[in-house]
Design a protein around this ligand. Structure first.
Ligand code: AMP
Length: 453
């Protein structure tokens, strides 16, 4: 038997009804905040993530699905993916990410592990600064080669948003951070997730980060040889990433390290206070977490996560933060921005609503009775569906008992019998399945009768 690849899964009905409920609800919320949808490609050039997400992050250093394009649409089926080193060479500084056809030959491509880099690439490519402040959202699959477990998959789905634009359009304002956080609180409430915790921190600007990294280097020097191999590497290349470490034995050491809060400059401190001030005004509760640095390099100033107890080890439903320097890192103009990504898989896992409660069951099941009745049933079904009724159909080969069983099994409210006599009389037997009440209804009144509960 061929199974779906490790870390991927099929989403089947009725669960897909929950996913659709979540997506419809978040679309409503985004509309209320004047966000508009963006769809970027599922794969991008590898250098986008190497430069955008950061080479030293777990995502780029070990989790990407990367391949070398052969040009003319053929995908390499042999050889190992190029290491991230090979994407940081001289030509990765070109700042150009577009192009097609033969120029793609040998280009390293990667399934997107996250969507912010793609959105910022699109911002630059399409000069979206002309539109002032962009409030964009996306919903779609992301790919990371992680060890699969509950709530962690290799293909997973994110619902995310980005607010990005020139500083003159207000993109730098702490009001944007607060609006995003308030939107998220509303969104989680609307999909029915209670008991979330907003964890908040400021990770400072690059100058603060440089000072902090230096302090971390010094603090790590005497203890690093007791830490895991990843931390030993991080201590040299990017000490901040030590906070991503999940190795239990390293945690007591990490607890003794300095926190970024001690290194914030005046601008970052004021920004952070302003965000908290608005959150207090709109009564969004939060907890400060001074160790929260997020697993991506591009964050500056505000960083946050929403967690949910019911999720166990993988308890972060969503994460985000400000990335004021990302556009410039990718060769674009200064474009401050802030965004988040919700793990849709985890969001759905935390819902208390059941799939059954959001699925729309058939209003009526039509049972064609006897030869030649499929065509009559099809006509009636077509009429009823025009009235926005959910209609399902049996088959003229079914005995009536089989049709009743089918109608029951799918939870239809009514069963409608379409037999020769009914067609002649132009009136049909309609039975309410729960009460057993049966009436004969003229064709023209069927929809009206079924719409009434
Ligand atoms: P990140 O892009 O790492 O900030 O992740 C944002 C959110 O995406 C997390 O809070 C998770 O809810 C979700 N997420 C990240 N990686 C995975 C994964 N491998 N499987 C399922 N959800 C994930």
């Amino acid at each position: 038997m061929i199974k779906s690849p490790r870390g991927t899964r099929d989403l089947l009905p009725p669960d897909t009804a929950l996913w659709n409920f979540v997506e419809a609800t978040v679309r409503d919320v985004f509309r209320a905040y004047n966000f508009h949808e963006i769809r970027t490609p599922i794969f991008e050039s590898t250098e986008l993530f190497a430069r955008g997400v950061g080479e030293e992050t777990d995502i780029v250093s070990k989790e990407m699905f990367t391949w070398e394009d052969r040009g003319r649409g053929a995908i390499s089926s042999s050889g190992s993916p190029p290491r991230s080193k090979s994407v940081s060479g001289a030509d990765s500084r070109s700042g150009s990410f577009s192009g097609a056809g033969d120029s793609d030959r040998g280009q390293s491509l990667t399934l997107r592990p996250e969507n912010t880099a793609g959105v910022v690439r699109a911002y630059i490519e399409h000069k979206l600064w002309d539109r002032g402040l962009n409030k964009l959202f996306y919903i779609g699959p992301q790919f990371r080669r992680e060890r699969p477990q509950k709530g962690r998959y290799r293909q997973f789905y994110q619902i995310g948003a980005e607010v990005i634009g020139p500083a003159a359009a207000g993109s730098q304002s702490p009001a944007r951070d607060a609006e995003i956080l308030e939107l998220l609180a509303t969104l989680l409430d609307r999909v029915g997730i209670t008991n979330w915790t907003l964890e908040l921190n400021s990770v400072g600007c690059p100058a603060d980060r440089a000072k902090f990294n230096e302090a971390l280097r010094q603090a790590l020097a005497p203890v690093v040889d007791k830490m895991c191999a990843d931390c030993q590497r991080r201590a040299v290349t990017n000490p901040l990433r030590v906070f991503d470490c999940k190795v239990p034995a390293d945690q007591p050491i990490i607890d003794t390290l300095p926190t970024i809060s001690q290194f914030l400059d005046e601008d970052c401190r004021t920004h952070y206070e302003a965000v908290k001030d608005i959150l207090n005004a709109v009564q969004i509760p939060y907890q400060e977490n001074l160790r929260l640095v997020r697993g991506l390099d591009y964050y500056q100033k505000t960083a946050f996560e929403f967690t949910h107890g019911a999720l166990g080890a993988q308890n972060a439903i969503l994460g985000g933060g400000r990335y004021d320097g990302l556009s410039e890192d990718l060769g674009g103009p200064a474009a401050p921005g802030i965004g988040f990504a919700i793990g849709e898989d985890r969001l759905v896992l935390s819902l208390t609503a059941s799939a059954e409660s959001v699925v729309r069951k058939p209003d009526v099941y039509i049972a064609p009775l006897g030869a030649g009745m499929n065509r009559e049933a099809a006509r009636v079904a077509r009429e009823l569906r025009r009235h926005d009724l959910v209609v399902d159909l049996g088959d003229e080969a079914f005995r009536l008992k089989k049709s009743f069983e089918a109608a029951d099994k799918m939870g239809a409210r009514y069963i409608l019998i379409v037999g020769e006599n009914e067609v002649k009389a132009n009136a049909f037997a309609l039975k309410h399945l729960a009460s057993g009440e049966q009436v004969t209804v003229p064709r023209g009144q069927l929809a009206e009768r079924i719409v009434q509960k």
